[in-house]
Write a protein that binds this ligand. Sequence first.
Ligand code: GLU
Length: 552
Amino acid sequence: MNTSSGNTVKVLLIEDNPIHVGLVKTLLSESKSPFFQLQYAGTLQAGLNQLDAAAVDVVLLDLTLPDSEDLDTFIRVRSFAPTVPIVIVTGLDDVKLAAKAVEAGAQDYLVKTQLSRTSLIRSMRYAIERTRVRDAEWDSPMFRLAQRQFLKAAQFMGLDDNIRQRLLFPQRTLVVTLPFRRDHYTEVETVFGYRVQHILTMGPTKGGIRYHQDVSLGEVSALAMWMSWKCALVHLPFGGAKGGVRIDPTGLTSHELQRLTRRFATEISPIIGPDKDIPAPDMGTNERVMAWIMDTYSQEKGYTVPAVVTGKPLVLGGARGRNEATGRGVVYLIQEAAKHLKMNLSECTAVVQGFGNVGSHAALFLSELGVKLIGVSDATTGVYNRHGLSIPSLLEYVAQNRFLEGYPEGDHISNEELLELKCDILVPAALQNQITAENADRIQCKLLAEGANGPTTLEADEVLNEKGVFILPDILANAGGVTVSYFEWVQDTQNYMWTLDEVNQRLKSILQDAFRRTLNRAQKNQFDMRTAAMIEGVERVAQAKLARGLYP
Ligand code: GLU
């Protein structure tokens, strides 16, 4: 859900009957994912005051209040906060009035005497989703960032205006809604899913699938665009794609995850395939999810099609080294940047934000090179130890407890504090939009290696460049994942498996080559590294477009 703090939903209940307030409170208090933060008001005026004072994700509204009645109550809330979804809570004798409010623009109504935890939560979730679909599918900060980065590169390189227009939006987008059954057999959830293909010019399209409660068309489109530049930058024969489902996967059982995945795979199957578009893991998905997609697609075809996804388990045709490839690639590039900056890695300190697949592997490989890891974090907490953290011990702790919270060998700090620690190398490997105009001047690293996609805003870029921070931009720094995905696809289409050594050697030389080209371009034209990397990618795509010409 599109809420200020990710998985927290802020609910304003405007209701004068304390018994009903108590009931809603009880029903919502049982839910952890999402977590509901409930505030309530006994009169319309008090409700409007609260709407004015703080951001609210959804309003639960009783139409009969001491200071307002009937449709007028709804109209006054709607005109006061036109973008906030409203769910009417009504008594049985006022259902007709509630239905009128829905006709007038309320998202839904619920009958107080029939209220259950499921009906209440579902109604609010759908209300938020529908409002979001109506208002904000394309309008995402991430898509705006991706477009602005592209426009900046286009301007610096003098890109042909026709091509600039063509590349600014994805070529093909598929929006689906899909139902899946909860383990409680009577409950069926409907969620939104996406698959976006940015450019079909370069070969099949390629990119991950993300399961997260904030996924939207704009976010997936931004990520697809970045995949295009990333693939072109490292010279892979792919255009960019990305997919996602708007759901918090941590709230699902393994059976639910499987049913959701299989149905999503079926919904997008018309536009994926080994020669069309090849998904891979991203945030919230992993090799198990890829195995289910591969199986679903293969069942529908009637024969096994390993090359339809990458990042699969080894036994299904996965590539050796794919699981850790993004983290390994980040570290290969840090080694190149360190050579260039004359930093001796065994004397360096590092901070890694995010302890998922990318962050934990980057931390491990850095520590193997003798870098002292002084801070790591995940969604629950940051851990700081200026004497150095033991990555194997952290990995063991997370394997047992899932999250870093409670890890004993360090001080617990927030994710914001973590980013501002004094260190040589900072690796943001969690979410987008972490280094912004607000905190950029407090970032104290020498080298910033972006394991995540889109962690730094353009405004922050300017501040960091001014401060002389050397940036390994996301499309370069995290390109190791898709590079080994390419190896996996090649191996699957040829039925020929490589050794881990072959995979790592080839990965290293591809990334070293991309680093050298980017650095040369940056130095020759006095571009920052992000602009140089973007231009490397955009130029290749533009050349391919011109070479193919225009159909018809
Ligand atoms: N999701 C990864 C990325 O953002 C990997 C994509 C792939 O392997 O196709 O680069």
